[in-house]
Design a binder for this molecule. Sequence first.
Ligand code: 3PG
Ligand code: MG
Length: 394
Amino acid sequence: MKQIPYKSFKNKKILCREDLNVPTTYHNGKHTITSLNKFYATQSNLKPLLEAGAQVGILTHFGRPANDGSDQKEYSVEFMVTVLRDLYKVPVTFCSSIQNKTIPFRSKEIILFENVRLNAGETSNDEVLADRYNSMCDVYIFNAFATSHRAHSSTEAIIKIAKEVYLGPLVEYEIKQLDTAMNNPTRPLIAIIGGKKVSTKFDLINNMLNFVDTLIVGGGIANTFLKSNGINIGSSICEDNFLEQSNNLLNNKGKNKIILPIDVITAKSIDSRIGNNVTISKGVANDEMILDIGTQTALHYSSIIKQAKTILWNGPLGVIEKDLFKDGTKVIAQAINKSDAFVIAGGGETVFAIEMFGISNRINYLSTGGGAFLEYLNGTKLPSLKAFEKRKKS
Ligand code: 3PG
Ligand code: MG
């Protein structure tokens, strides 16, 4: 990959697509950021730019505004100005519209542009909008790995036409980590896959079976696999239209690789005050649902994790928002914490679990990506990266 010539960017206008789509809570018209991970991840790009004396502009999206003329205040990124100021200790100006006649670019300063998804045409990958982004800068740096699965004006169309374009260091770093896990991992490589729906992760599991040694399953995803094997899962969430495919995967490509729970915690509802530890072979009562992995499963999974040299983790193994059903994921997090494996994790809910159980420092590589992380591991060619590859070749 071509190195970014940061030193030559003095006084140049450098427009950076970052992903500052951070999790927040919103009360009385005010956002409170709950994880700064995505802000920290911009440093490997923005620091060398500011040090070189570049004029830095940042484009980001935030949430998914409807773009139907309804009140968009909640989607403004203006609240991020102070965060950037504190982090980079330089003046940060907010620019509410890219259509303004003068854009106040200044050396060693940052301009934060309004949420790109409030620009007409952004999500439909409009080329006129991409032209406007291009006309504002000398160089475009695409550093938003977490958005590289979206073909939007600031993530795809612009890459095709920018006068000078680079992939940022965060993108390079994330790709390198994922490529190593997929092509050249230190073995055994153990994947831990949780989350609610098998439909959103079926392709992921299918592709992962090509390169992992063992794939541990939990969460709602495990339910569909268990039911496909003839286990009574009671009233647990399950995707019946995936039973055949799941069973096929389990007994062919996934044979001896996919590991399912041997016991589970069940209750009448997620608001229940009591959970029952049920052995899977006995089946779950018709009016009970699976809400966590059981104690024996947690021990079994921990012993597998202990052997791992590389761990890939995506998705909690139970309903961790509820105290009663978070223990399975907690035991797994503790096992990861104790292991000496190289640990890769990604996805919003996984970051939430990692922060909840206080093991952030033990994660060697925490991806900024959710969808992008999963799609990359699916083996999908992501639109931003594809556009960049194509450009390099032409
Ligand atoms: C994310 O948080 O996963 C990325 O910022 C992408 O956001 P999106 O799913 O709204 O495109
Ligand atoms: Mg997403």
